[in-house]
Design a protein around this ligand. Structure first.
Ligand code: SAM
Length: 286
């Protein structure tokens, strides 16, 4: 397996920062170019000299490895996504809530605290084990988004967070999320923003031993989501695109922020990191 260069990530960030500035701020673009030229002239210094193994993983193997460190890692996507999702669910009256692809139970815990009866479903047993310990008064089931082990029309609220990015085709999972909602029920979906994924973003992780990996992610653009929601008979009511703030940029840079702080800020600050949808299953079919 070829090894991944940490330096190539920083070079890409310099290039993106240059691109964002080249027409509106030529001085900043020139500063980024000078840093790029310096890096190219010194490939054995700094991050360019560091290579690591980042093996691709499928959902089951990747999240089995990631489970133990998932809640400990500072994650820029969760940093921007969580307030947006809470803003959509916190005003809802308690009912039956499904956390679909619940992982370690991050949203299940929040929904339980807000008085809902909570069912969580996930495809990775290692993630579910942690969720069961974290939220003992919720019910967790092993299952797939394409065939949810949940009765039709039985749920008031479905939250599906940061998981559809791992599905190449979202039509079937979205139709399943709609199927389990009662008429009038609400769906909240969050995803990795396609802007980041189309620029090379992926679900990178470090496991409990500090070894890297990534779970393959697919960019789902707004037109794909609209088509999937419409085919499932859902009506979109909100679309949010929370952006990278300073803290999120530092998290995304990992330990590399100090190597090129202005480049990381120039490349990433203000870019949309998460895509969050709210949709309802109409009480009468539209
Ligand atoms: C990034 S984690 C998100 C976990 C949790 N929803 C959160 O936001 O913290 C993605 C989760 O989706 C699950 N997942 C991915 N594809 C799935 C599928 N097709 N069916 C069920 N679970 C899936 C993984 O096992 C993993 O736990």
């Amino acid at each position: 397996m070829s090894r991944t260069s940490l330096g190539h990530f920083v070079v890409g960030i310099e290039g993106l920062a240059l691109l964002r500035a080249w027409m509106t701020d030529p001085d900043t673009a020139s500063a980024r170019f000078r840093e790029l030229a310096q890096m190219a002239a010194n490939p054995d210094v700094g991050p360019l000299s560091v290579h690591i193994d980042v093996p691709p993983e499928d959902v089951r193997s990747g999240y089995a490895r990631w489970a133990g460190s998932y809640d400990a890692l500072r994650n820029p996507l969760i940093h921007v996504e969580e307030p947006a999702v809470h803003g959509l669910v916190d005003s809802l009256p308690p009912g039956t809530a499904l956390d679909a692809a619940c992982g370690t139970g991050r949203h299940a815990r929040h929904l339980k605290a807000r008085g809902h009866r909570v069912v969580g479903v996930d495809a990775t047993p290692e993630m579910l084990d942690i969720a069961r310990r974290a939220v003992p008064d919720a019910e967790f089931r092993l299952g797939d988004l394409t065939t949810l082990p949940v009765e039709t029309g039985s749920v008031d609220l479905v939250v599906c967070a940061l998981a559809l990015t791992h599905c190449e085709d979202i039509a079937r999972p979205v139709s399943e999320l709609a199927r389990v909602l009662r008429p009038g029920g609400r769906l909240v979906v969050s995803d990795f923003h396609p802007f980041q994924l189309l620029l090379g973003g992926n679900a990178f992780f470090l496991d409990g031993q500090g070894h890297a990996g990534f779970v393959r992610s697919f960019a789902h653009t707004h037109d794909e989501y609209f088509a999937a929601f419409a085919a499932a008979g859902l009506q979109v009511t909100r679309c949010l695109e929370p952006r990278m703030d300073e803290a999120a940029v530092e998290m995304a840079a990992g330990g590399l922020m100090a190597t090129a702080p202005e480049a990381f800020r120039g490349a990433l600050l203000g870019t949309p990191e998460a895509l969050v949808w709210e949709a309802v299953r109409p009480a009468a079919r539209i």
